[in-house]
Design a protein around this ligand. Structure first.
Ligand code: KG4
Ligand code: ZN
Length: 337
């Protein structure tokens, strides 16, 4: 089976083609046309600008993905597309393109939830057997969730952020220190420059709360007040970046391990754009293995938004014939998992 995946939920126009046969999954093409340079001028994604770029990019990226895969137009078996959540004006380009291609090529469509897509990034090239129940720490710019995965397509959210998402917190912290956009990779790069004794201490919100929810807006405020009190903060950016990153990592790890134990999960997985964070990957893996769970993380290129994760999710749904007739397919920003 060959599945073409389309992802346009935010500022990446992404198209991928996946081939699945008895020997497993093969990524034939994985293209991402990123608008990050355009939006960095504004310090964040401007929905109207993103929408226009998606319209210009989508068909050239589809054509390039087919070319890279060595396939003629229409020579696939299904189209998988992100239906939500995300920016409505961005999602609509992916959805309408998928509908048009499905109509023209007479193909079935699978609607994919963006967050479930991120979770399935762990299924692209798993380094361990994925045993259920599994717990997935899903951390992106829009979401921070602890998801219990009881089987393929069986998800239950056991914890989530009450305010800012982890990636959003990184982005806002970078803005407070004028580091640029997107903040996650920049904070992480600045944090690497720090060595020595750390004097700054930021809060670890909700770290000891008995539930599995998160709150990161207080951490951002804690950073803001620390910067305001410190006349020399500009000389201490590596230290602030390091402490901010570590505060997020500490909370994420503590809650993930506790939830893993409570729900007796066999596997713990990491997913979403923040899964690109080197320190989070390293520290979480160390702790998870120490506690006796098996651990999976996606390859770096499948952490931030991409269409391969959408195609993989699409494949599992297509196998169960979970198609959506193109006439009924709509953007759904309120999709929950
Ligand atoms: O999953 P994603 O590409 O888009 C959403 O679905 O939101 O995630 C983007 C988020 C941004 O907030 C970005 O700052 C964050 O992921 N991010 C990182 C890193 N790379 C991307 N956060 C921390 N460390 C990183 N290395
Ligand atoms: Zn995403």
């Amino acid at each position: 089976m060959k599945v073409l995946g389309i992802e346009t939920s935010c500022d990446e126009t992404a198209v991928a083609i996946l081939e699945i046969d008895t020997s497993g999954l093969r990524v034939l093409s994985n293209l991402i046309n990123s608008q990050v340079k355009i939006h960095s001028r504004y310090g964040g994604v401007v929905p109207e600008v993103a929408a226009r770029e998606h319209i210009l990019n989508i068909l050239p990226v589809v054509n390039e993905a087919l070319e890279k895969a060595g396939l003629k137009k229409g020579k696939i078996d299904a189209i998988a597309v992100t239906a939500g959540p995300g920016l409505i004006t961005s999602l609509i380009t992916g959805i309408e393109s998928a509908k048009t291609l499905a109509y023209a090529w007479n193909l079935p469509i699978v609607a994919v939830n963006h967050i479930e897509g991120h979770i399935y990034s762990n299924f692209i090239a798993p380094t361990e057997k994925i045993e259920f129940p599994a717990l997935v720490l899903t951390v992106s710019g829009g979401h921070t969730l602890l998801v219990l995965m009881e089987g393929l397509g069986k998800f239950k959210t056991v914890g989530q952020t009450r305010d800012d998402a982890a990636g959003e917190a990184f982005d806002k912290a970078a803005k407070l220190m004028n580091l640029g956009y997107p903040g996650g990779p920049l904070i992480s790069a600045w944090a690497e420059k720090f060595s020595g004794d750390k004097k700054i201490e930021l809060s670890r919100p909700m770290i000891n709360h008995p539930d599995f929810d998160f709150s990161f807006s207080g951490l951002k405020t804690s950073l803001l007040y620390s910067l305001k009190k410190d006349k020399n903060w500009k000389k201490r950016v590596p230290e602030y970046a390091h402490e901010f990153q570590q505060a997020i990592i500490d909370v994420l790890i503590k809650k993930t391990i506790r939830a893993g134990k409570k729900y007796k999960t066999k596997t713990i997985m990491l997913a979403g754009g923040v899964a690109a964070n080197k320190e989070l990957r390293r520290q979480l893996e160390e702790k998870v293995l120490e506690e006796g769970f098996s651990f999976l993380k996606p390859d770096l290129k499948y952490t931030t938004d991409n269409a391969t994760m959408v195609a993989v999710n699409g494949y599992f749904k297509a196998k169960k014939k979970e198609f959506t007739p193109w006439k009924n397919l709509k953007v759904n920003c309120n999709l929950e998992i």
